[in-house]
Design a protein around this ligand. Structure first.
Ligand code: GAL
Length: 736
């Protein structure tokens, strides 16, 4: 091919040869000692050089009944590897008490992946971030004496090591690592730690070295990775996370260039619009990475799924973790993304032998056009032809052929002749999935949660205000703060009628204020600013007035520094302005605290608990009343389409099906602001580029897993904090 010889001088060829010999030597050294090894151009599995295509599916974000089909779809979509984090707080909900059942049956999940003939990348963390409650840390860790999270701290390192060993030992016992004949080819320790290391300095540097040594010391016998960790010590591979990674270079020449998180969408926040990323743009990002010597990439997420129960982190991460992934929250393929990427994967696989052999030769095809040509020793050839121009399509000449390249696109020629794929030419149908109402007009009954009082069982009185999570230990979203405000007859406002102004500052995340049993309003923070202040005039009478504040958390933070000291709840100041003294500071008064809701302690969301209280129906049904529980029964719809609840008529709270929580609902929290204009695949992507759902509820539909249903007599329970009309709730089918 003419272009090749023109593009490369003899010096360049010589240096490529030297590097190639070193690569071969390193790969021989590594391959001799392990079944899974690597060099700069490939991951080697039992000596076979691979370019691996991976996708994240987090096992607790779907049900075990969904797993086989998700894995099948991932395989058909062209993946070689399924990547998952390990969710410490799901596996060890209280210290030393382990849970590997149901959605946390990680062994079953990995075995299913194995049966499908795919590999696994196990990202143990055990800090995982992942928009998961407290980044995966069990809340009880905060109570370990002397603990400091993610730093050179003895108690923390001891717990982290204990859990890491627990997982590695479990995998070994089940024979799940590749050298044992299992599917796990790679393991990850920590997650994007360099950002923290940069902030905290030396203790962070020491901790990184310790974490690396500790991981290798588990003798998992597969290569370990650290993502976003430039100083990852050998033999750990440092990897890239981002929207693009083509310019990433590993910290040693003999390490493979790996992309552990290719963000193919972005997280959904309560209060935010829905981010999406176009298939052409994702394919372009992948192809650029591959032509720049990428050896492994992982879609984050390939199936995002659902943050069931109270597993969402944030705070303010929604219950849906759909992520605009190729397989949607409900397990259906999202088109044209799924098929376009599948076609890309086929083209990459056809080119694999050439890609893993040698560095490419690069030739110019025009001002903004290039060719990357890969050749194996045996002469197999693959070429990538790119057009970086953001406006114009061009026709380029390459070899004996002519190729049409749309703007901002790359064509793959697995035999250096035939274009089998172009990143901007979609050869798939844009099938639209819709939510089709199936049943509504449920027969609802209501049960009033009462506004807590200081004499309630479980209340305790202290001077001042307590931090929320240190009272609840996150066993519930809710904490009541209660105090008495005594108003003397001579207070001026009683005569003028100018009501005093109450101001309540909270560390987050949402707050509802009650005076003498009546709701006077609410306030809530946001993902960006979890703190909030409630302000409003309150109707106080002469004598004793009962002030009750219901503070709720909306997922504990999953990112940042100082997990050990992060606060939630009403910490003050709390002031009352417009009294004879001018202003009272209530923050240091005596405050009663009460953890959780009455309905929670009675378990009214379960069959047993719901029958222990009396419900009101018919004309006595509570409508738009804050703090109300609702229940109804429904039959399981026929067919096998995924199901969801349309919660459009409701405010904020939580939903249970047959006693299991499907997550927090908050349809009343709408996506603020604009930014939902048209979006094109051309040009660089970021999480604010392509948005939908502005001014609409951030999450309207809530996944009801079919496997949680009985054939009939299903119990649906909703807790509503703000006030809603349950008659507007419907069950919908997700249909093509
Ligand atoms: C990354 C992190 C992931 C996830 C992602 C955003 O930085 O490693 O766990 O949180 O951001 O979805």
């Amino acid at each position: 091919m003419m272009i090749e010889s023109k593009a490369l001088g003899s010096e360049t060829v010589r240096s490529i040869n030297v590097v190639f010999c070193m690569v071969i030597f390193m790969s021989w050294v590594l391959a001799a000692t392990a079944f899974v090894s690597y060099d700069s151009k490939a991951i080697l599995i039992n000596g076979r050089r691979r370019l691996l295509i991976s996708g994240s599916i987090h096992y607790p974000r779907s049900t075990p009944e969904m797993w086989p089909e998700l894995i099948e779809k991932a395989k058909y979509g062209g993946l070689d590897v399924i990547d998952t984090y390990v969710f410490w707080n799901g596996h060890e909900p209280s210290q030393g008490q382990y849970n590997f059942q149901g959605r946390y049956d990680i062994v079953r999940f990995i075995k299913l992946v194995h049966q499908a003939g795919l590999y696994v990348t196990l990202r143990i963390g055990p800090y995982v971030c992942a928009e998961w409650n407290l980044g995966g840390f069990p809340v009880w860790l905060k109570n370990v004496p002397g603990i400091g999270f993610r730093t050179d701290n003895g108690p923390f390192k001891w717990e982290m090591q204990r859990f890491t060993h627990k997982i590695v030992d479990l995998m070994k016992a089940e024979g799940l690592f590749e050298p044992q004949g299992g599917p796990i080819i790679l393991a990850q320790i920590e997650n994007e730690y360099e950002l923290v290391e940069y902030e905290i300095g030396q203790p962070g540097v020491t901790y990184t070295k310790w974490a690396a040594g500790m991981a290798v010391g588990t003798h998992a016998e597969v290569p370990w990775i650290m993502c976003k960790q430039t100083d990852a010590p050998d033999p750990i591979i440092n990897t890239c996370n981002g929207f693009y990674c083509e310019n990433f270079i590993p910290n040693k020449y003999y390490k493979p260039k790996m992309w552990t998180e290719l963000w193919g969408g972005w997280l959904q926040k309560f209060g935010g619009p829905t981010p999406y990323r176009l298939a052409e743009d994702m394919a372009f990002a992948v192809t650029k990475f591959i032509q720049n010597n990428g050896t492994y990439f992982n879609y984050y997420m390939y199936h995002g799924g659902t943050n069931f129960g109270r597993t969402a982190g944030g705070p303010f991460i929604s219950t849906s973790y759909d992520y605009d992934a190729p397989i949607d929250e409900y397990g259906l393929t999202r088109e044209p993304k799924y098929t376009h990427l599948r076609n890309l994967h086929n083209a990459i696989k056809q080119s694999e032998e050439a890609l893993v052999s040698n560095n490419p030769m690069i030739a110019s095809l025009g001002k903004n056009q290039q060719a990357y040509i890969f050749k194996s020793k045996s002469g197999v050839c693959a070429a990538f032809l790119s057009n970086y121009d953001q406006k114009y399509s061009v026709t380029v000449r390459f070899g004996n052929g002519r190729y049409d390249l749309p703007p901002w696109s790359i064509s793959i020629l697995p035999d250096c002749k035939t274009e089998t794929f172009n990143t901007a030419k979609i050869n798939a149908n844009g099938v639209r999935l819709r939510m089709v109402p199936y049943s509504w007009g449920f027969s609802w009954e209501s049960y009033d949660e009462w506004v807590a009082t200081a004499s309630d069982k479980g209340s305790f009185l202290v001077d001042g205000l307590r931090e929320q999570v240190r009272v609840t230990w996150d066993t519930t979203d809710y904490l009541w703060y209660m105090t008495d405000i005594t108003i003397n007859e001579d207070e001026g406002f009683l005569k003028t009628g100018k009501l005093p102004y109450l101001s309540v500052a909270s560390a987050g995340h949402a707050l509802q204020v009650f005076v003498n049993g009546q709701s006077v309003g609410n306030a809530y923070g946001s993902y960006e600013t979890p703190k909030l202040t409630f302000g409003g005039r309150v109707n106080l009478k002469a004598g004793v007035n009962k002030l009750a504040l219901l503070s709720s958390t909306v997922g504990l933070p999953n990112i940042g520094l100082h997990f050990d000291t992060w606060n939630a709840g009403v910490l003050g100041p709390i002031t009352l302005e417009g009294v004879n003294d001018g202003k009272w500071d209530l923050s240091q008064w005596k405050w009663s605290h009460k953890k959780g809701l009455e309905g929670e302690s009675l378990g009214v969301f379960s069959f047993k608990g719901s029958s222990s209280v009396s419900w009101a129906g018919g004309s006595s049904l509570a409508i738009k009343r804050p703090l109300t529980w609702y229940k109804t029964n429904f039959e399981t719809p026929g067919g096998n389409e995924p199901l969801a609840l349309d919660m459009i008529s409701m405010g904020k709270g939580e939903v249970w099906i047959n006693g299991q929580s499907i997550g927090r609902h908050w349809a009343a929290n709408k996506a603020s602001g604009g930014g939902c204009g048209k979006c094109t695949y051309i040009g660089y992507y970021n999480e604010n580029k392509c948005l939908s759902g502005c001014e609409e509820p951030s999450q309207r539909w809530y996944h009801v897993p079919r496997s949680w249903l009985k054939s009939n007599g299903n119990l649906l329970v909703v807790f509503e904090e703000w006030g809603g009309d349950p008659r507007g709730i419907s069950l919908v089918k997700r249909t093509v």
